[in-house]
Write a protein of this length. Structure first.
Length: 390
């Protein structure tokens, strides 16, 4: 299993976390590259890393209805889609698929239905039925992305932040002034959605150059076996060995007339044109760095241009391509800053890769849980929990 997302929403070498207490509301986002899980558990655990209680209480009232007090936490976990059997084993081992809605009189059949989104919800539906005896209740992918983003931005403290020059700054979100915004979800490919409200959005653009491109090309060029290995490799690289800079063309000088510094990339991988080298002559670290920078720059630029189309100053970036990676965030942020001349800012999400799964989690509201889910967003200070390798 891939590393889970802990309290700060970034990959970390956290020890495996086995959820205690009662599990409910498992939701899945089964993508082309990764399977993401979000589930709720009641628990009285103390967070090992912070020493603080990992539980919060909530009494939900709605007219004459009173739901039970909830104590617990949200858990986030992910697997590579190619390792789907590890995911199935994790679900079965922890009995994540057996948790029912305790404030409803759910039948055994109801308990065997799990909310899921992404293409894999269709592709692997029979496998989940065969191995776990559960039906995947399929939710629309774009609906879930938007619902998940809105849920996280409204429901989790310090979810959004800016990042530039190594400085992270959390952004206070005014729930009354959240919309409109541009949501850029970077998965295997990239979708760009103009969000105007709860359930109100339009997919305005996208690009096929995304996380799958980075992973696919990186695997071919460096022989890395995983996305995380490729990302780690990029830490050690120098893209200037391969990228052609403005200074390389202008004898080390800026092209100040049009606002280009000598260190601006004129052509990604451009030096490979004139170098009499073979692939084996280049360091894999430099290739990984150049590839990451090329894709991140491209996404940042296209995102701003689409924000400009609709007069949007607020751009949120999500998806597991980012993974809290400093260089990736900095590159995207610089691209947005450069093309907008400082008028727009890139903002990132702590639980960036779990938008779809979170939206699928929220879709349980369609099954008679509307009041509970509204209260969860408005009142419940969620605590995110890591779920590590199994």
């Amino acid at each position: 299993m891939d590393l889970g997302v802990g309290e700060l929403g970034t990959p970390g070498n956290s020890k495996p976390h086995q959820p205690s207490g009662q599990i409910s509301h498992l939701a899945l986002d089964i993508g082309g590259s990764l399977i993401k899980l979000v589930y709720f558990s009641t628990s009285d655990d103390v967070d090992d890393e912070t020493g603080r209680s990992a539980t919060e209480s909530l009494s939900v009232y709605n007219g004459n209805k009173k739901y039970p007090v909830l104590k617990g936490r949200l858990h986030f976990a992910k697997f590579e889609t190619t390792k789907i059997y590890d995911c199935l084993e994790f679900i079965q081992k922890n009995q994540l698929h057996l948790g029912g809605c305790q404030h409803l009189e759910a039948s055994p059949i109801d308990k065997a239905v799990i909310k899921a989104t992404g293409g894999g919800a269709y592709k692997y539906a029979d496998l989940f039925q065969e191995k776990l005896g559960i039906c995947l209740d399929k939710e629309d992918e774009m609906d879930c992305l938007v619902a998940g983003a809105n849920f996280l931005l409204k429901g989790i403290h310090q979810e959004a932040f800016t990042y530039m020059d190594g400085q992270k700054e959390f952004v206070q979100i005014d729930h009354n002034d959240l919309y409109p915004y541009l949501l850029v979800n970077i998965g295997s490919g990239v979708s760009m959605l103009k969000v105007d409200g709860d359930g109100k959005f339009e997919r305005v653009s996208g690009t096929n150059v995304g996380g799958g491109t980075f992973w696919g090309l990186g695997r071919l060029l460096t022989n890395c076996k995983s996305f995380d290995e490729l990302l780690e490799l990029s830490h050690k690289g120098n893209n200037r060995v391969i990228d052609m800079l403005v200074g390389d063309i202008y004898g080390g000088m800026d092209y100040s007339k049009i606002g280009l510094s000598s260190t601006t990339i004129a052509s990604s991988f451009g030096k490979a044109i004139s170098d009499s080298k073979e692939l084996a002559d280049y360091r894999p670290e430099d290739i990984a760095r150049s590839l990451l920078r090329m894709i991140s720059n491209n996404i940042g630029q296209i995102s701003y241009l689409n924000a400009l189309r609709f007069g949007l100053k607020r751009i949120f970036f999500g998806g597991f391509f980012i993974r809290g990676h400093a260089y990736t965030m900095d590159t995207i942020a610089v691209a947005v800053h450069f093309w907008s001349k400082g008028e727009a800012k890139a903002m990132f999400l702590r639980h960036e890769g779990f938008l779809g799964a979170s939206g699928a989690f929220m879709s349980y509201g369609k099954c008679g849980l509307d009041d509970l889910m509204v209260q969860l967003i408005q009142q419940f200070p969620f605590t995110a929990s890591p779920a590590g390798d199994t």
